[in-house]
Design a protein around this ligand. Structure first.
Ligand code: C5P
Length: 222
């Protein structure tokens, strides 16, 4: 029997990260935060002084990325070459850089197998932009999570405030719209729902409501 995969794709700030980790915890499944791999690739490029538009150079780094996700008291940490970059990769600036390296086909190819390796028993929740359209095309349940740009900016603002970081709401909205444009208009693996995905607009839904809805969908798939 094949290992079940739930793919959760959608634009930045739609709540994919929070929802994916809650569902993974509830099911006892593994979790793939594919955006983190693109953020880590961008961070590695900066660390090794590789230009962000040097496709082959960045792809080589992506291929040999030395990362670890140790679970400790404060939750999951992210290590790049042994160095804790958990905070560094969460900044808006690194998200922007991630979306630049993510637009390069060789970089996406370099990360493909690494992402598929996350698929292990008893199951996987895969969070990203192309989980259902490219990486796990056979997944039995594909969800496309979205929300209005304004609502996503508001959520990101709250999230940053809670993490002790400051950002202005209008500039966050602009960044979100710019990143949406780059992610949906790129030629390789553009952000869009898979043909067999179920779209869920979370603009007016709370986190528990979204988790409930997804649990129902999973139960229906049995
Ligand atoms: O989800 P997150 O904001 O961490 O992703 C950062 C960037 O990485 C996205 O804006 C997108 O350009 C890229 N990405 C991608 N494919 C994925 C996950 C993320 O292109 N599966």
């Amino acid at each position: 029997k094949s290992i079940p995969v739930l793919t959760i794709d959608g634009p930045g700030g739609a709540g994919k990260g929070t929802i994916s980790s809650l569902i993974a915890k509830r099911l006892g499944w593994h979790l793939l935060d594919s955006g983190a791999l693109y953020r880590l690739t961008a961070a590695a490029a900066i660390k090794h002084a590789v230009a962000l538009d040097d496709e082959q150079g960045v792809a080589a780094l992506a291929q040999s990325l030395d990362v670890a996700f140790p679970v400790g008291e404060g939750g999951v940490r992210t290590l790049l070459e042994g160095e804790d970059v958990s905070q560094l990769i969460r900044t808006e600036q690194m998200g922007e850089r991630a979306s630049m390296v993510a637009a390069m086909p060789e970089v996406r190819t370099a990360l493909l197998q690494r992402q598929r390796d996350f698929c292990q028993t008893p199951g996987l929740v895969a969070d990203g932009r192309d989980m259902g359209t490219v990486v796990f095309t056979d997944a039995p349940l594909k969800v496309f999570l979205t929300a209005s740009a304004e609502e996503r900016a508001r959520r990101r603002h709250l999230q940053l405030q809670e993490a002790g970081m400051d950002a202005s709401l209008p500039s966050l909205l602009k960044e979100i719209q710019a990143r949406d444009a780059r992610d949906t208009q790129r030629s390789v693996a553009p952000l869009k729902p898979a043909d067999d995905a179920i779209t869920l607009d979370t603009t007016r839904l709370s986190i528990p409501e979204v988790v409930e809805r997804l649990s129902e969908l999973l139960a229906q798939k049995g």
